[in-house]
Design a protein around this ligand. Structure first.
Ligand SMILES: *Cc1c(COP(=O)(O)O)cnc(C)c1O
Length: 408
């Protein structure tokens, strides 16, 4: 079965009492038991049942099932946001004295999570240049718990060679952890490229057009959890399920990063149209990138689907014809960027990506405003950069709005 068929026809784990065709929203905090023995069995994990919605909830579980169904993953955990997916994953597998290897070319809040939130708790972050995977190995030591990268970096638009990174991860027995937000399931099959665990913001593509905030953790079932000291005891008991068990029975439960049942419902419905929306927005992004490329006032266009992008070859091999709906471009100055943004009518000035609407933003003065100018440059975010998240409108309308804003 194809992606959309699997998304729409994902089976229910239990038959619905009323034969509801859409999985209902179980907006209930708690669940009742017939006997004291039954509730003991549930708490001991002898008979899995929902007991309390911070820990598990039927509607959230259905979303997890659906993602599992389309991705073929071993296990999926749905959480309250993309940041919660990243934070909970790292907290479940690393501890004081450990390190992770990443790059400065990552989403601004993720950089802040590693640097400002987790480093003071004793997790070291080591920065590599993932465009040169051969440099990664020398940063790895016995306390390295993961290589962390994004499929297409936001907003630098670099594409790491996932296969090359996975060979290094395998060689050193380190987990390959990937933020697949901009190319989620359907656009990128992480497991085929050696990605062990995927984290993503379902706020973006999956929510169905910016309806709700959510995050997903996908365990592809390819990593031996016994290699991680924090999970070694769980691996003896739970085998391949050690990581999700650690999340569900400890980290995610204790941090309270639960997804609301209502948001799980919206995202579940959103997943059903993901492929159709992604097809349209990726085709639109390529058309817009080609248009920008043809204008002499555009100093530079960063989109891996353009034939002359330095990442074209690797993007083709990883994403095929659909290289996501995010692109960035440079104008002559910050003033030119602001003037352009202020003249847009159809394209909206807003943060968020993979919305149904096309959104434009000046990253340096917004998402990256907390960093000093020299660090921003180091992070690949100059003052001349505009980020565009291309939506599912008709391509000609997006292009004519951009044209009037820049040329009108
Ligand atoms: C938006 C985003 C996140 C964070 O997701 P939230 O749902 O907003 O918490 C993480 N990584 C990337 C690449 C993103 O674009």
């Amino acid at each position: 079965m194809g992606f959309t068929t699997k998304a729409i026809h994902a089976p229910f784990l239990r038959k619905d009492a009323h034969g509801s065709l859409n999985f209902p929203v179980y907006d209930s905090v708690t669940f009742e038991f017939e006997t004291a023995e039954d509730i003991e069995d549930a708490f001991m994990g002898r008979k899995p049942r929902h007991v309390y919605s911070r820990i598990t909830n039927p509607t959230v579980e259905h979303l997890e099932q659906k993602i599992k169904n389309v991705s073929g993953a071993l296990a999926v955990v749905a959480v309250s946001s993309g940041m919660a997916a990243i934070a909970n994953t790292i907290m479940a597998l690393a501890q004081k004295g450990d390190n992770i290897i990443t790059t400065k070319y990552i989403f601004g809040n993720t950089y802040s999570l590693f640097k400002n939130t987790l480093e003071p708790w004793g997790l070291e972050t080591r920065y590599a240049d993932f465009s040169r995977p051969e440099t990664v190995g020398k940063l790895i030591d016995g306390n390295t718990r993961a290589i962390y990268f994004e499929t297409i970096t936001n907003p630098q638009m670099e594409v790491a060679d996932a296969r090359a990174l996975s060979l290094i991860a395998r060689k050193y027995n380190v987990l390959l952890l990937c933020d697949t937000t901009v190319t989620p399931v359907y656009l990128f099959a992480g497991r085929d490229f050696g990605v062990d665990v995927e984290v993503l913001s379902s706020t973006k593509y999956i929510s169905g057009g910016a309806t709700s905030v959510g995050g997903i953790i996908i365990d592809n079932g390819t990593y031996d959890w016994g290699r991680i000291p924090k999970l070694a005891a769980d691996a003896k008991k739970q085998g391949p399920f050690a990581f999700v068990t650690k999340l569900k029975r400890e980290v995610y439960r204790n941090f309270g990063a639960c997804l609301s049942p209502h948001n799980a419902y919206l995202q579940s419905v959103g997943l059903e149209t993901l492929a159709m929306r992604a097809d349209k927005s990726c085709a639109n992004a390529l058309a817009v990138a080609r248009f920008l490329k043809s204008r002499d006032y555009v100093a530079r266009v960063n989109y891996p689907g353009l034939e002359d992008s330095p990442f074209y070859r690797v993007a083709k091999s990883q994403f095929g014809e659909k290289c996501g709906a995010l692109l960035t471009f440079e104008l002559a100055s910050k003033e030119k960027c602001f003037a352009f943004l202020n003249k847009l009518h159809l394209v909206r000035r807003a943060t968020n990506i993979n919305d149904n609407k096309t959104l434009a933003l000046h990253p340096a003065s917004t998402i990256f405003c907390e960093y000093p100018p020299d660090l921003r440059l180091d992070m690949g975010v100059p003052d001349t950069l505009i980020r565009l998240s291309v939506g599912i409108e008709d391509a000609d309308d997006i292009i004519s709005d951009m044209k009037q804003a820049a040329e009108g």
